[in-house]
Design a protein around this ligand. Structure first.
Ligand code: AMP
Ligand code: GLY
Length: 442
């Protein structure tokens, strides 16, 4: 039996609410902190003790304050949710001070922080991806997009708060993007180098895999809905809804992806001396020509975490410790609930552009009284005895059901309990899966 543990989670969105909620169920967790957390996280209680989770007024990117707090309070494990603190090197910093942290080091986080690094790594190691090239010269970039007829994805090299990728369907869009990124520098230094990929067509899915540097353990597949509008139209967002599992890759399909993508990725890491401990989240396009990697992320997806962690039956703390300690080979068989999980994001009016904060939210408790429903908070705050909005993505209404369409109905039933002024959400989460299931039945 492990001694009771003190855990710190860094971040304050829906993903971190899901991480905290799941960690709070671990029999080994005695105290749980979240920096900065949110109003939903502050309501969680630790199963083993009944004590509340404590939110700390420290920003996820305030590395020096995080370190000061951790040196004083000595958490047994720090779990990093978002990509920015990873790219800033929070894991390296904690490890340098003898503090155990879950997540990749700064060097290993380059798979997400640098599109150029990730693309060139894939090319070096034969990982299936889009045909692509890297440019610092806008004229050469222009010539390349002409060769692609303007059908391409243009990606600024650095982290750009989700604004660094533009998908272009014609030359006009592509040339404007090159000008915006590389000449006008609308993203600042991030636009100094760009990766330009050919446009891939197919169904886009999210894969997640834990890796301890030696062993990769894939999760079932999930799908996010990144566009704001129904039918995958409108502007890109952080993600408007997810479900898990998807019907697009069966077990054999996941095994193929493991062989074609995860194994060469791991061999590549080893050969380049990169020790990746944490979670790898490749975004995949299932093309007519097989699965291809669009991008790598180095953390749980948000809102993928909400659907994965509601289905995960294995103790999350054990898995995260095994990742940090290089023991994943002994946890290959993760236990997943046979249920499907669906998460619907409720967003503020105006999101993903500017939005108003401080709008009162009604009906969360009522939604959570429905069986199998969990409402994860993202951008919320508490004002006296009520919840108010504080972000673009406000809540992730998540439901489990025996199959996708039942889980989806339950999630939408819960959504109908909740209201706030200007609330927007997609009514078609899971539509590609339902179409796929329908067409494969007949
Ligand atoms: P990324 O941040 O690289 O995943 O890009 C954001 C979104 O742009 C992805 O989720 C895809 O929907 C889309 N995208 C990126 N690269 C491509 C590509 N090569 N072909 C088609 N769509 C893409
Ligand atoms: N679900 C999209 C992301 O986390 O990047």
């Amino acid at each position: 039996m492990r001694p009771p543990m003190k855990v710190l989670v860094i971040g304050g969105g829906g993903r971190e609410h899901a991480l905290v909620w799941k960690l709070a169920q671990s029999p080994h967790v005695r105290t749980l902190f979240c920096a900065p957390g949110n109003a939903g996280i502050a309501q969680e209680r630790i199963a083993a003790t009944g004590a509340p989770v404590q939110c700390l007024p420290i920003g996820a990117e305030d590395l020096s304050l995080l370190l000061t707090w951790a040196q004083e309070h000595r958490p047994d494990l720090t779990v990093v949710g978002p990509d920015n603190p990873l790219a800033l090197g929070v894991v390296d910093l904690f490890e340098a001070h003898g503090l155990r942290a879950w997540g990749p080091t700064r060097a290993a986080a380059r798979f997400e922080a640098s599109k150029v690094f990730a693309q060139q790594f894939m090319q070096r190691h034969g990982i299936p991806t889009a045909r692509a090239a890297t440019f610092t010269d806008p004229r050469q970039a222009s010539q390349f997009v002409v060769s692609l007829n303007g059908r391409c994805a243009i990606k600024a090299d650095g982290l750009a708060l989700g604004k660094g990728v533009r998908v272009c369907h014609n030359l006009n869009e592509a040339q404007t993007t090159i000008e915006d990124f590389m000449i006008r520098r609308v993203l600042g230094e991030a636009g100094q180098q760009v990766v330009i990929q050919e446009l891939l067509e197919g169904i886009e899915i999210s894969l997640h895999a834990l890796c301890d540097g030696q062993t990769v353990v894939p999760f079932p597949t999930a799908q996010d809905h990144k566009r704001l509008g129904e039918g995958n139209t409108g502007p890109n967002t952080g993600g408007m809804g997810t479900y898990c599992p998807t019907p697009f890759l069966d077990e054999a399909g996941v095994a193929t992806v493991y062989e074609a993508i995860l194994q060469p990725w791991l061999r590549g890491c080893r050969s380049e001396g990169i020790v990746f401990r944490g979670l790898l989240y490749p975004g995949l396009m299932l093309t007519a020509d097989g699965a291809k990697v669009l991008e790598f992320n180095v953390r749980f997806g948000d809102p993928e975490a909400q659907v994965y962690l509601t289905r995960l039956q294995t103790d999350l703390l054990e898995l995260l410790l095994a990742t940090v300690e290089g023991r994943l080979a002994s946890c290959r068989a993760l236990q997943w609930s046979p249920s499907a999980s669906v998460c619907i994001i409720l967003a503020s009016a105006g999101y993903p552009g500017g939005y108003r904060k401080g709008v009162p939210i009604h009906g969360i408790e009522e939604a959570e009284r429905l069986p199998g429903v969990k409402v994860f908070h993202a951008g919320t705050a508490r004002e006296n005895d009520r919840f108010i909005t504080r972000g673009g993505r406000v809540l992730g209404v998540t439901a489990l059901g025996p199959d996708l369409s039942t889980a989806r109905e339950k999630a939408y039933e819960a959504v109908r309990c909740i209201s706030f002024e200007g609330m927007q959400y997609r009514r078609d989460i899971g539509f590609q899966a339902l179409e796929w299931i329908r067409s494969h039945k007949s």
